[in-house]
Design a protein around this ligand. Sequence first.
Ligand code: C2E
Ligand code: CA
Ligand code: CA
Length: 423
Amino acid sequence: MIKKLNQVVYRTKRQPNYSFALLLIDIDRFKIINDSLGYAVGDLFLRAIARRLEKCLHGKGTVVRLWGDEFAILLEHISDISVACHIAQLIHQKLCLPFYLNGQEVLTTASTGIVMGIGDQLSSSNNQAEDLLRNADIAMHRAKAQGGARYEVFDTAMYLHFQTLSQLENDLRRAIINNEFQVYYQPIVFLETHKIVGFEALVRWIHPQRGLLLPAEFLKLAEDTGLLIFIDWWVLRSACFHMRQLQEEFPTYPPLTLSVNFSSKQFTQPNLVEKIQQILQETGIKAHNLRLEMTESAMIKDSEAVSATFAQLKALGINLYIDDFGTGYSSLSYLHRFPIDTIKIDRSFMNSNNSHTEKLAIVRAIVTLAHTLNMDVIAEGVETVEQLSQMTEMQCEYGQGYLFSKPVNSHAMKALIAAQLPC
Ligand code: C2E
Ligand code: CA
Ligand code: CA
């Protein structure tokens, strides 16, 4: 395909009126189909797709299987993007029709990236064919990110976005090697006494050029690239070390709890329990002082495996928290299916117009539900005295938010505890 593309590029550059389109087609969820049907049928499937693509084109283009489940189509003599889009649409319609393989019906969809090659717009680089394929690939991934079963046309904004993400990904990989992360801590307060009973560990990235970055700027990418797993382990280990130092410095302060956020992928990691045990042992933190916070998606992903892991963690004495409660599925069935100790009510229920009676009614219902199931409640994002008194009145046990303290570094965390001790 590269050779053919190069030829077409060459011709296009010599004839400014000539233009072409390149389509990159990727089958959605092919891995699942391949795994469930077996590789032999998977191969038949790909060949059937190639035949169907050929048929769609009626000899008016070249189809090539690039690798895996990716196909490239070169449409020559295409002067208008709308024609390429029309063909992509036609291809998608045809690919949606069932395939019959070894007596089985298989249904599929595809994601397509489209890029135009127009004489005077072609770049001056020597790798034009590669550049075109990369641009079609960027557009195809955009189509996938939008949920698949669609096409996207490449544009410069897409390339800039891609460049920013690639830069961030490189930076993130370097950050892991160079230890550019820091853990910040936000106190969790017992509402009856206003005493700090524990801290939540929150990751920060001290970027060499951009300064302190909040998780919102890099966690999604870290998760998509699989790097979040490294970060989560690093945070757990660092936070346990800091907590140990705190205990040593303030031996008379009642044992503090440490909450660490674990991404949903983390719970399906092999040897998760052994790894946690090892970190606890190395740092001298007791399992019953550790809390793992997870969002509801962790429970939905692979409930059988996750359920077994939760049971092991509970057996060690580790407490499990549901984070951001009220924002996800909030399925009540898993509340009693999984050994959850505490619910953290998402801060969206706290901020904005808190006098809003409907929101308050939901918070009240969550607190009652948690108490009926013998769970504690932490109100997140408590910013005002009014919110604090509402949560206290509802008999919510704990609170966390700017009213008590913003997340702070490990030095300031010590100062927060020192300030709580009697003079
Ligand atoms: P989260 O677990 O819900 O953490 C609480 C977030 O709310 C923190 O944002 C905290 O700074 C913010 N916050 C606390 N009190 C208030 C308040 O009164 N008002 C407002 N407006 N915000 C408040 P942060 O540190 O930016 O973290 C964002 C999210 O990133 C966390 O939400 C958590 O889901 C995730 N995260 C942070 N650190 C880690 C980590 O080490 N691993 C993983 N997997 N996720 C992490
Ligand atoms: Ca959390
Ligand atoms: Ca939360």
